[in-house]
Design a protein around this ligand. Structure first.
Ligand code: PLP
Length: 373
């Protein structure tokens, strides 16, 4: 029940165990095209979409490095660990990094982007995290993207933990470069980083030196191969074909009853777990109005030894949850309601294990009862 990597469904694991087909030719391209088409449904986009090999950060690195040249100004939203990571990616490309910050647990304020863009000329792109996994805060992406359009500045979005799990309309909201990864809401092992690129982003890349940064993570190279080798090999390198076959299995499952039905699983699971934690006297770290159903972040009660609690869950109940990151390390714990873990079974097991832990530690519950189910 960590917020990624996810616990993987059996049919996806079975798909992974098949012999790996070669990454080119007609038979393979059918699989590849199906996966790209299904991802475009999940992204809700008609933009170009590539399957980069690597972690989610591979795609973010490619987005930042392709859209800008050394010395360009980029405006990054920072309200947690992954926003901060985006600033490091940009700094390492030699960009001039400007930030809009909010404290951990609070969302970014779209108005601040608007004020900043009015006051500071020459910003070449915005970069923001949709769902800040370190705190569970869901940033107001649609509003921030609308502002980026108003100022004609392309926006890069880290949707690593949110894509496929909650509504996100790449075309409807005007997300220029959107990055996710296989091992969060897409329900697969790590290794594939889908990335979509809008016409506006391509236009900006055309204006910049096309080969300013590297080769594999240079999106212009990907566009060139998609055009030149479209008949047999529309990407620059080999692909992790069995990971992509597994992704096809997972995408078929995600889309089987419509993506809304898949989103709804997360809503149900979050509701069950949050209501149960509330009955047990826990307090959420991120207020309900600025979070998503995918990640629950919970304040550590003063009496609780987080390391001991997590060890109890893992050793005695085989449930893995996550702690906080950086300054929140000993202050919060985090639960993911994604993939296989977004089920009544997982939710109830977690709640009954937590109740037992509280009882063992002499805790009583606010309503005087001992219900956790
Ligand atoms: C997990 C995560 C990342 C990092 O993904 P990797 O696949 O480890 O590179 C980046 N951003 C967010 C919001 C995440 O949740």
């Amino acid at each position: 029940m960590i917020p990624g990597p996810v616990d993987i469904e059996d049919d996806v694991l079975e798909a992974l165990a098949q012999p790996a087909p070669p990454h080119y030719g007609g038979e393979w391209l059918e699989i590849y095209v199906e996966v790209v088409d299904r991802l475009k449904q999940v992204f809700d986009t008609q933009n170009d979409l590539f399957l980069m090999t690597g972690a989610g950060t591979t795609g973010l690195d490619a987005a930042v490095g392709s859209l800008m040249r050394t010395g360009d100004k980029v405006l990054v939203g920072v309200n947690g660990f992954f926003g901060r990571r985006l600033t490091t990616v940009a700094e390492n490309y030699g960009l001039h990094v400007l930030t809009i910050e909010a404290p951990p647990g609070q969302p970014l304020d779209p108005e601040e982007f608007s004020r900043f863009l009015s006051a500071e000329p020459g910003i070449q792109a915005l970069a923001v995290v949709h769902l800040e996994t370190s705190t569970g805060v869901l940033n107001p992406l649609q509003e921030i993207a609308a502002i980026s359009h108003r100022f004609g500045v392309p926006i890069i979005v880290d949707a690593v933990s949110s894509m496929g799990g909650i509504p996100l309309e790449v075309d409807g909201w005007g997300i220029d470069i959107c990055v996710t990864v296989s091992n969060k809401c897409l329900g697969c092992p790590p290794g594939v980083a889908p990335i979509s690129i809008s016409e506006r982003a391509w236009e900006q890349m055309d204006r910049k030196a096309p080969r300013a940064h590297g080769w594999y993570q240079n999106l212009n190279v990907w566009r060139q191969y998609a055009a030149d080798w479209s008949e047999w090999h529309p990407y620059p390198t080999s692909l992790p074909t069995n990971s992509i076959v597994a992704l096809r299995t997972s995408l078929r499952r995600i889309l089987a009853n419509g993506i809304e039905a898949y989103y709804d699983r997360h809503v149900q699971a979050a509701h069950t777990v949050r209501a149960g934690l509330d009955r047990l006297g826990f307090e959420l770290f991120t207020p309900a109005e600025c979070t998503s159903p995918l990640i629950t972040t919970v304040r550590r009660p003063p009496w609780m030894d987080l390391a001991d609690y997590r060890l109890f869950l893992l050793d005695e109940r085989h449930i893995m949850i996550a702690g906080g990151l950086e300054a929140l390390r000993d202050e919060i714990f985090r639960l993911g309601h994604i993939g296989r873990a977004a089920s009544e079974e997982y939710s109830q097991s977690f709640l009954s294990a937590t109740k037992e832990y509280l009882l063992r530690n002499g805790q009583r519950f606010p309503d005087g009862g001992d219900r956790a189910d």
